[in-house]
Design a protein around this ligand. Structure first.
Ligand SMILES: [Zn+2]
Length: 225
């Protein structure tokens, strides 16, 4: 089998170039993009050219589920362009029925190969859940993060947003639980993983450095399902 030419990442994905990517290729493309972001060497892209290239259809490589935090813009921190990634964002990067449905579209219908659950340091939603904040509709939003707060049950020290280590432990746990929820609560995505067409992985973005640390131990593939 001949090795295909590496695709030009500044050209929008097509059905063919999307099909040629494995989940591991996509993971590497995300890691490479974050490396360029933190090195200050993002690719030069003509966004309007990509708009024209994608007008007839989209073939993204990945779907990112992240927080609404203004410091974690997906396309920027992974150095991606128009048509490259689906982006689902909700305070505290958890899944509910609507987000699972959106990600089922992104993967089963539109062919994304990797889902990244992207938590981040200094997450206000996680801090709110740690402090059991109640405010309008936010109360029920934060209830989605509470299982991660209670799962950190052997923590020594103050269990509040004042304690950075506790907040980070909850944020990490929340990402791991969300990765697991993805395949536990979605038969569609579970089947894609079983068929080797999808990988789900957690990651943590450091808002102080811009670096995304992939949590390799959280990775769910056909082998680890
Ligand atoms: Zn956040």
């Amino acid at each position: 089998m001949s090795t295909p030419e590496p695709r030009d990442p500044t050209v929008a994905l097509t059905a063919e170039t999307q099909a040629a990517l494995s989940p591991m290729d996509v993971l590497q493309a995300l890691k490479d993009g974050n490396k360029r972001f933190i090195d200050g060497t993002p690719l030069e892209r003509d966004f309007m050219k990509q708009v024209r290239e994608t007008a007839g259809g989209q073939y993204p490589m990945a779907a990112i589920l992240g927080c609404i935090d203004s410091r974690v813009p997906h396309e920027i921190v992974f150095d991606k362009g128009v048509g490259d990634v689906f982006s689902a964002r909700v305070a505290g990067n958890f899944v509910n029925t609507d987000i699972l449905g959106s990600l089922e579209f992104a993967t089963a219908v539109a062919g994304a190969k990797v889902i990244v659950v992207l938590g981040h340091t200094e997450c206000g939603a996680v801090k709110g859940a740690c402090d059991h904040v109640e405010l309008g509709n936010l109360t029920s939003t934060l209830a989605n993060i509470s299982p991660a707060v209670y799962a950190i049950n052997d923590f020594e020290g103050e269990r509040s947003s004042k304690n950075k280590d506790f907040v980070q432990a909850v944020a990490h746990e929340n990402v791991e639980m969300t990765v697991r929820n993805m395949v536990d609560r979605s038969t569609v995505m579970r089947n894609l993983v079983q068929e080797g067409k999808l990988m789900v992985i957690g990651a943590m973005h450091d808002v102080a450095t811009g670096e995304v640390m992939f949590m390799e131990e959280s990775m769910i593939t056909a082998e680890t399902l």
